[in-house]
Write a protein that binds this ligand. Structure first.
Ligand code: ZN
Length: 235
């Protein structure tokens, strides 16, 4: 089999190209699937290995208002910042924010609860290594901090380009689960450092509805086996 790029290989969330077959669709996907510690997993305070303190062994956010373009690929809608001005620092390394996208329903199971949506803030360092921050949300029709983003998205139908501060996705309380896993879309490669917030936010339902127009209703990968790997709670 030839090594075909991800963009060329069709995959889905059900049927013959569904999650259980991703690893067989091409060599590149097979390589990703061979990484043993896959994502998403169940996360709960009762099953953590250790608590760590924010600041000692965690991430710091250096997000700023910047331009994002709206693009559809990998079976979901993405906000891509062409200038990658926002970044985080983890283990003395800088990871630039390269992509924001979402899954419905949420992929990580939090305290045995499945939430309607999970946003992924995907970052990359100079070596091309990824780091993902996961933010879970309930949906609301009330006016909240995402109402402005919805107005921007709906107002940019032609340009598909708008300015916003990605910090809008971050919860007030920064406590989070941390573990090592994989990407949750093909190629499901690892190791990926994961950071999933404990606080569940409120997301504008109309924003999600307009982003999801014409897309798969379900785009979340089933839970993967934790296989005894350590999960930390950082607070
Ligand atoms: Zn994702």
């Amino acid at each position: 089999m030839k090594n075909i790029r991800n963009m060329d290989v069709e995959w889905s969330y059900s049927g013959e190209r569904g999650p259980e077959h991703w690893g067989t669709l091409c060599d590149w996907f097979a390589e990703g699937a061979a990484f043993p510690d896959q994502s998403p997993i169940r996360l709960s305070v009762d099953s953590i290995n250790e608590k760590k303190l924010i600041g000692s062994d965690s991430i710091t956010f250096h997000y700023k208002k910047e331009v994002f373009t709206e693009k559809e690929f990998k079976n979901t809608m993405h906000f891509v910042p062409p200038n990658t001005e926002s970044f985080i620092v983890y283990a003395d390394q800088t990871y630039h924010l390269t992509d924001i996208h979402f899954h419905t329903p949420a992929e990580h199971l939090l305290e045995e609860q499945e939430y309607p949506i999970e946003f992924h803030l995907v970052h990359m360092n100079d070596l091309g290594q990824n780091l993902v921050v996961g933010c879970l949300f309930n949906l609301t029709r009330d006016v909240n901090k995402f109402t402005e983003l919805r107005t921007l998205v709906e107002g940019s139908i032609r340009t598909h380009e708008f300015y916003f501060d990605p910090s809008v996705f971050l919860p007030e309380k920064r406590s989070h689960f941390h573990y090592t896993g994989s990407l949750t879309t093909p190629p499901t490669k690892g190791p990926i450092p994961w950071f999933v917030f404990q606080e569940v936010g409120q997301m504008d339902r109309q924003l999600v509805e307009s982003l999801k127009e014409g897309m798969l209703a379900l785009n979340s990968r089933p839970l993967q086996d934790r296989k005894g790997r350590p999960v930390y709670l950082v607070e």
